[in-house]
Design a protein around this ligand. Structure first.
Ligand SMILES: [Zn+2]
Length: 192
C-alpha cells in the first residue's frame, strides 16, 4: 500500500513541502526545495525517481544534492526543465502514465502558477505543487504565471476528485479535496 509522506523543509525560514512516496517497490521523491538531508532522511527504500512539480527555486533548490545522493533519474516537464538547472532528464507529458516502484503516477500538465507545472495523480490522491494551496491557489502575479491557464488547470484536476481525495500541496498541510471544495474561494464552480 503506497504512502505519501510529507516532508516540510525550510528555505531561509520559508516552509515548503517535499514528498516521499513510499511505493510497493521503492521510494519516489517529489520536489526538493531545501534541506536535502531532511528529505533523504525520510527515504526508506531505494529511490527510483525524482519528480518535479514546477521549477521555482523553493521546489528545486536541493535538487542537485538529492540527485547526487540517490543517483535516480529526474522527471520534469520540458517547459520547466531549464529552471531546474539539470541538463539530463526524462520529459513529462500530459496524460502520461509513469510506472514507478510498483505504483502508477498519472501526469497532468497544469500550468498557471508556473510554466511546465504538473500534477501527479496517485490512486485517488493528487500531488499538486503550487496549483492549489490551503484556501488559495498558486500566485499568478509573477513571471510565467497566468490566471487563465491556472483556471483551466483547476478544471482539469477537480473532476478527478473523489470522496477522501487528498491534495498534497507545495506549502501547508495535507488537504482534503472535499474541504477545499467547501472552503476555498479561488476554486471555480464545479460544472454540471
Ligand atoms: Zn511556486
Amino acid at each position: 500500500m503506497t504512502e505519501i509522506e510529507q516532508v516540510t523543509v525550510s528555505m531561509d525560514g520559508f516552509e515548503v513541502n517535499s514528498y516521499v512516496v513510499h511505493a510497493p517497490e521503492g521510494d519516489v521523491i517529489v520536489d526538493a526545495g531545501a534541506e536535502p538531508e531532511k528529505i533523504l532522511g525520510a527515504v526508506r527504500a531505494p529511490v527510483v525517481a525524482v519528480l518535479i512539480t514546477h521549477a521555482h527555486a523553493d521546489h528545486v533548490g536541493a535538487l542537485d544534492a538529492v540527485l547526487r545522493e540517490t543517483n535516480a533519474p529526474l522527471y520534469v516537464h520540458p517547459d520547466a526543465a531549464e529552471g531546474t538547472g539539470v541538463g539530463v532528464y526524462e520529459p513529462l507529458d500530459e496524460g502520461q502514465v509513469l510506472d514507478l516502484a510498483g505504483e502508477t503516477f498519472r501526469v497532468l500538465h497544469t500550468p498557471g502558477h508556473a510554466v511546465g507545472s504538473v500534477t501527479f495523480v496517485v490512486g485517488r490522491d493528487q500531488i499538486v505543487g503550487d496549483l492549489i494551496l490551503p484556501g488559495s491557489v498558486g500566485r499568478t502575479d509573477i513571471d510565467g504565471a497566468s490566471w487563465e491557464d491556472l483556471e483551466i488547470s483547476l478544471r482539469k484536476v477537480m473532476p478527478l476528485w473523489e470522496d477522501g481525495t487528498r491534495l498534497y500541496a507545495g506549502h501547508g498541510p495535507v488537504l482534503l479535496a472535499s474541504e477545499q471544495l467547501e472552503n476555498n474561494p479561488y476554486l471555480p464552480p464545479v460544472l454540471p
